[in-house]
Design a protein around this ligand. Structure first.
Ligand code: ATP
Ligand code: MG
Length: 426
């Protein structure tokens, strides 16, 4: 049998209610905060990410599915979506859309591709939900508002055990001087560091902070942080950002060693980590400010702030009770049990009526004895069984049995619809 490609997986129906719940809550959050959806292609020019995300990043350097097309074009499966959204913003001149207001606020949901080492919470095709605020404004109030939206999402999903980590990585200009210091300090210790860190040292020394290898972390712990050498404007920005979070009652922790995996971040960077239910890969959300990304890919000068969360990990972070409730809510409303051939024919019409009234109805085509049919109703986890026989047809009322309580009553079609609709789903 041919199987899925390594690092990819089928999402089977039993987990889909969980995925849909996260998507629904996210869409509701985006509606409340004024974000509009955008869908960009999965296939993009490799150059978009080489320039946008940065050659020195793990994503571009090691993880991207890039190939030469039959006509020689350099293409790839998108490893992330911020660069694509910024490309679309420029390509379609979305900055001219006056209905968008002061900032263009976009969100996306879709698969991303990275050739990662396979482990729990890390896939080669994974899913992200993300949002981007693009425009001329770099007010830190926007950053706090976006984080407030994420905070609402997490609470709405019942995920209450995460921590918000924040940092400022300063401006590109400031980074130049800091990087020189960093390289000078790293040079004598390189022999203790991994081959990836050697590459990072050559291309963008700041990236070493991203290394997850313990021997490298020992070296990293001795390095001065970029936060210590922030310029005045970035420092003020960071202080204001924190004040906006405080004013919104959002708790956070400053982590001066968090630089995030992408080259394009400026000033504010953040992560949301630590939901129980996740293993070692416990970063759920990553985001930050990316002033200058637009210019990097040839677009108009634009300020930007955004985030992406891993849908796979968000689903894993759902509390067990919530996951259980969601699975149960996917069960059919009614299973029709018919007795006899006339009842079978009649049941087809009945099912049609109930479905048109909005109920989810299951009907098997094989006739079964009463006991077997009821067992089947329980197997498919229907909330009600509806019993249809010759007498019921004659009277126009049917036996509606609540399978959780075993209560049974005789009701007509309208009353059935009403009864089931008003009895709250689990
Ligand atoms: P990490 O440090 O875990 O590799 P990252 O910095 O590469 O994360 P981002 O590019 O910021 O992650 O992506 C944002 C979020 O997308 C992550 O916090 C995570 O939840 C999710 N994510 C990233 N890569 C994967 C993957 N391979 N499989 C599943 N989820 C992922
Ligand atoms: Mg990564």
């Amino acid at each position: 049998m041919i199987q899925t490609v390594k690092g990819t997986r089928d999402l089977l129906p039993d987990v889909m209610p969980l995925w849909l719940r996260v998507e629904t809550v996210a869409r509701e959050a985006f509606r409340r905060y004024g974000f509009k959806e955008i869908r960009t292609p999965i296939l993009e020019q490799t150059e978009l990410f080489a320039r946008g995300v940065g050659e020195a990043t793990d994503i571009v350097h090691k993880e991207m599915y890039a190939f030469t097309d039959r006509n020689g074009d350099q293409l790839c499966l998108r490893p992330e979506n911020t660069a694509s959204v910024v490309r679309a913003y420029n390509q379609h001149k979305l900055y001219n859309d006056k209905t968008a207001g002061e900032n263009t606020k976009l969100y996306y949901i879709g698969p991303m591709f990275r050739r990662e080492r396979q482990q729990a919470g890390r896939y080669r095709q994974f899913y992200q939900i993300g949002a981007e605020v693009m425009g001329a404004s770099d007010d830190p109030a926007i950053e706090a508002e976006v984080i407030e939206m994420l905070d609402w999402m997490l609470k709405e999903l019942g995920i209450n055990d995460t921590t918000l980590l924040i940092n400022s990585v300063g401006d590109a200009a400031l980074r130049g001087a800091y990087l020189e210091t960093l390289r000078a300090l790293l040079a004598p210790q390189l022999d203790k560091m991994c081959s990836d860190c050697h590459h990072r040292y050559e291309t963008n020394a700041l990236r070493v902070f991203d290394c997850k290898i313990e021997s490298c972390q020992t070296v990293i712990a001795t390095l001065p942080t970029i936060t210590d050498s922030l310029d005045e404007a970035s420092r003020t920005h960071f202080e204001q950002f924190k004040a906006h979070l405080d004013a919104r009652g959002i708790a956070y922790r400053v982590n001066p060693r968090m630089v995030r995996g992408l080259d394009y971040y400026t000033r504010t960077a953040f992560e949301i980590v630590g939901a129980s239910g996740l293993g070692a890969q416990n970063t759920v959300v990553g985001g930050g400010r990316y002033d200058g990304l637009s210019e990097l890919i040839g677009g108009v000068p634009t300020k930007g702030f955004g985030f992406a969360f891993g849908l796979d990990r968000m689903v894993m972070a759902l509390p067990d009770a919530e996951a259980e409730r969601l699975r149960a809510s996917d069960a059919p409303d009614v299973f029709i049990v018919f007795l006899g051939d006339a009842a079978r024919q009649h049941s087809f019409r009945l099912a049609q009526q109930l479905r048109r009234a909005g109920l989810s109805v299951v009907l098997d085509f094989d006739e079964r004895k009463m006991k077997k049919a009821m067992a089947q109703a329980n197997k498919v986890q229907a909330r009600y069984a509806l019993i249809v026989g010759d007498n019921e047809i004659a009277q126009g009322t049917y036996g509606l049995k609540n399978l959780a309580t075993s209560e049974q009553e005789m009701l007509g079609v309208e009353a059935i619809t009403q009864r089931i609709s008003e009895s709250a789903k689990p």
